[in-house]
Structure formats: C-alpha cells, structure tokens
Write a protein that binds this ligand. Structure first.
Ligand SMILES: [Zn+2]
Length: 497
C-alpha cells in the first residue's frame, strides 16, 4: 500500500483541484498539511472526494485559514478510528470512534490550547502483514514553524514536539504500531539543511536535540531506547541534498537550496518486521513550497465496515453529497471530481467562454494562470499535479506583467473570438519599457512588491530574476535592487534627452 504526505501550503492553491490531486497519486492514503482551511470554509470540492473518505482538523485559533491537516483514505482502506488533535480535547460525542491512548499529562489546559491549531489527525487501521493483523495509528502532523525572532512561539513549538512524542509513546505502550507523517519543521542533520554552516549551534538547537532523541540511530555508541525510525534514511542513508522544502520567495527550488523537514517516522518494530518497501521524495510534483513524500508498505489494510465519526461525509452539510461530474457541470460549478483529463478539457473550454470581459480577467488573474497550467501539465501527463510557475509567481509577488500577460494572451488569441481578440490587442499595444538589467548578471530584472510591513509596504521594485541560493554561488540571485519609481524616472530621462 502507498501513503503520500504533502505540505500543500493551502489546499485551495492546488491548481488541479483537490479531487484530481488526491487521485493523481494513486495512493491508499493521502495526508495534507497546512491546508489553511477553516471548518466553516470547508466546501464539498475539498471535503468530499469520490473514492476517498476525508478526515480534517482545522484551526480553532483566532487566525482564520491557518495551519490545518487532512487525511484522505481510499474507500477500501477505511480506518477503524479517527480523531483530531494530540490531546483528548475534542468533544465527547466523537469518543466511540476515537483512537484514544492519551499520555498522562494531556489533561493540561495549556496543552489543549496548544492542540487547537488543527495540527494533527490520527487514523487507526487494522493492518495485515506476515500472516498477522495488528493495529497501526497514522499520525498526520504539522509541527509549528521555527521562528528565531519569537521566543514565546519557540516555546510553543517545543511543547508541541513533546506532546507529539508523548502521544506516540502512549499509543506504543498500548500495543499499537505508530507511523508519523508530515511536516516536522526540523532539519534532522547537517546534510538535511542547505545552509547549516550559517546556523550557530546547529547541532545543539533544542528542536534538533528533541528530534535526535526521538530517532533510533543504529550507529549510536550507546544502545538506544529511541523508538522511531526516519524511514527515508532507511532506504537512502547517504542521499545528499535530498530536500523537501525550498524558499519560494527565493525560487530556491531551481537551485535545490532547501531543507528536509517532511518525514515518515515509524516505530522500530514496524521497520524491523519489514513492513516498509520504499520511501522517496516526489520532487517532480509541484504546486507548493514543499514536495510530497511517498512511502510504500508491504503491509495491507483490512478496511473497516464503518466510517469513523470524524469523516467529512458524516458532517451535516456533506451527508449524501454526490460528486458526479455531470451534476457539477450542469450547475456550472467547478468540478470536484472525475477523471483528470476530463476536468481539464471542460475547465479549459469553460474558461474561453468566461473570459470575454477584460475586467473579469484582471479581477481574477490567478484563476486564469491556473487553468492554463492545468491544461498544459495535465494533457501531457495526467499524473503530474500542479505547476510551480503559478505558485512561484504568486508567492514571490512577481508582477512582471510583460512576460506574464504575453504568455497568457498567446494562449488566448487561438481560442477567443475576434472581437475579444481585438480588445486584447489594443490593450497589449500599450507596451511598457523593458525592465532594467541586474548588476550581477546583466539580465532583465523582475518586478516585485515589498511584502514586509513598514513605510515601503506594497512599493514596487526591480530585483534579479534568478533563483535564490548561497551568496557564494554566482549563478544564483544577485543583490540588484532598484525602486520601480527610480527606474521609470531614468527611463523618462532617456526618452526626453
Ligand atoms: Zn542578477
């Protein structure tokens, strides 16, 4: 059986849609982290995927659309129990189909607050391997990010790590096997961090020490009681620069300047019994600042007869939800389902009709590039999901309108009728001056926007177009910086001289 885990950095940003993305992996279980969807914003296209059953945990903190994890299980891989959170803080009515086995200290009120950000979903399965059935709990987790400037948040992060560990150990103590998948937000070793040399006390950072103490190390001089194994390293012990996360603001994926912070951690017994067949990073899947991690097991799941209470299909608003493709198109809605290529064709066709008005386009520039991306990637290779271009453009806030719009209009002139085409042409005839060349490479810059709060917020500037990387690498982004207003002034001077 296959399990895929992916920090999607916003489930709505998946360009192929949730259903097509989930199905594209052909996995028995798909775990997403950082869904950024709140409970009241859960919609049918996210919560109900034909062929799968979903289990969500959404943040209940004041920050809406923050954090969040979701586990999708194939219909023939139903869990016997499902539960959100690492403490037993959720309401009692879910108890009968909860996973249970809490550690002693989870009655702590602070810990329950810690657990309210929608960072964990637990599903328990009856697995079968080597002529035996045994219970396995899958913890889909999104650990808090490390923010060096926020001490309080760091304390929160450390407590969350310890809470994860104590729950996992409680499950083991109850005789269950445990697999933890997700974004742990810790690079384990120096080899898992592109920039470790610049980090003071890399080895002794508290979150790294915590991780080290959790993980079994066959090479440790002292016999280790540590119960968990980093499954990727079982299959790729020496793989260098095997990263899963890259800074999208620096387009650092191009230069593979990243970190390995997404893991599959399994209890030793599962590994030693030979339950795992492979674990690898799906680096050719784009659409997030992380890539998915795939793990293959020799074990199989004995599907449960009943759906645990946490399943989205049992939520009042989704009860009996049908996601037939025809129903969606009849209502002119976004398809939540169906064969990937069919979805692409239909959506592309729809976009042509819908794009007559220019105002429509400028109000929803992101949607347009999504449709384009899906059409391109999915028609060529239906199994490839998401497109980095769309994502990186939005996260870098590049407004390099000359290049963006010209590619989009290129697609459009083929399909849009002549009246619309004429309007487009008149718009694009107002050409802008070419961007300045960067000092480091003498290449055209990209236009960017200041995101940081302060007097310059939302101000436009030109920067090097190359991907970010180590300063010592001349092929990566140079430090060119020029306010757009200054560049325009220069341009005008040139014109009037
Ligand atoms: Zn440059």
């Amino acid at each position: 059986m296959k399990i895929v885990s992916w920090n999607v950095n916003g489930i709505r940003s998946l360009s192929a849609g949730v259903a097509a993305t989930v199905r594209s992996f052909d996995a028995d279980i798909v775990c997403f982290q950082e869904t950024k969807v709140s409970r009241d914003a859960l919609s049918t296209d996210i919560a109900v995927v034909d062929g799968y059953n979903a289990y969500f945990s959404c943040s209940r903190s004041t920050r809406a659309g923050y954090s969040g994890v979701a586990t999708y299980c194939k219909d023939d891989c139903k869990p016997v129990a499902a539960e959100e959170g690492l403490t037993d803080w959720t309401n009692d009515q879910l108890r009968p189909s909860s996973v249970g086995c809490y550690s002693d200290d989870t009655d702590d009120i602070d810990l329950k607050a810690l657990d309210s950000e929608g960072r964990a979903v637990l599903t328990e399965f009856t697995m079968h391997y080597d002529d035996t059935d045994f219970p396995v709990v899958l913890i889909n987790v999104y650990c808090p990010r490390y923010d060096p400037d926020n001490e309080e948040r760091f304390e929160f992060k450390m407590r969350f790590h310890r809470l994860l560990e104590s729950r996992a150990l409680a499950l083991l103590a109850a005789g269950k096997r445990v697999i933890i998948v997700g974004d742990v937000n810790v690079a384990r070793e120096k080899m898992d961090h592109c920039d470790h040399a610049t980090i003071v006390d890399f080895e002794s950072a508290p979150h790294r020490l915590w991780f080290k103490n959790l993980l079994f190390d066959a090479n440790a001089s002292v016999y280790s009681q540590r119960r968990f194994v980093d499954v990727f390293r079982v299959f790729h012990p020496d793989a260098q620069a095997a990263y899963t996360c890259w800074n999208s603001k620096l387009s650092a994926r191009v230069t593979n300047f990243g970190t390995r912070i997404d893991y599959v951690l399994a209890d030793r017994q599962l590994v030693e019994m030979g339950a795992f067949a492979d674990c690898r990073h799906l680096t050719d899947v784009f659409g997030s600042d992380h890539c998915p991690v795939l793990v293959e097991l020799n074990a199989t799941v004995r599907s449960s007869q009943r759906l645990p209470q946490l399943c989205t299909r049992l939520m009042p608003e989704f009860r009996g939800s049908q996601t037939k493709l025809s129903a969606f198109f009849a209502r002119g809605k976004r398809p939540a389902d169906g064969d990937t290529s069919a979805v692409v064709v239909k959506r592309a066709a729809k976009s042509v009709v819908a794009q007559r008005s220019l105002t429509d386009f400028f109000e929803q520039p992101k949607k347009q590039s999504t449709v384009k991306s899906v059409a391109q990637s999915a028609t060529v290779e239906p199994n490839v999901v998401g497109v980095e271009a769309e994502k990186s453009v939005s996260s870098v806030n590049s407004v390099s309108s000359t290049s963006n719009i010209s590619t989009t209009s290129g697609i459009r002139t083929d399909t849009v009728d002549s009246a619309a085409a004429a309007t487009w042409n008149s718009l694009f005839s107002r050409k802008r001056a070419p961007p300045p060349l960067c000092r480091g490479h003498h290449e055209p810059c990209v236009e960017l926007i200041v995101k940081k709060a302060g007097p310059n917020k939302n101000k436009h500037f030109f920067g090097c177009a190359r991907p970010g990387g180590p300063k010592s690498d001349p092929l990566s982004r140079c430090e060119h910086f020029e306010w757009l207003s200054d560049a325009v002034k220069k341009q005008e001077k040139r014109v009037f001289k």
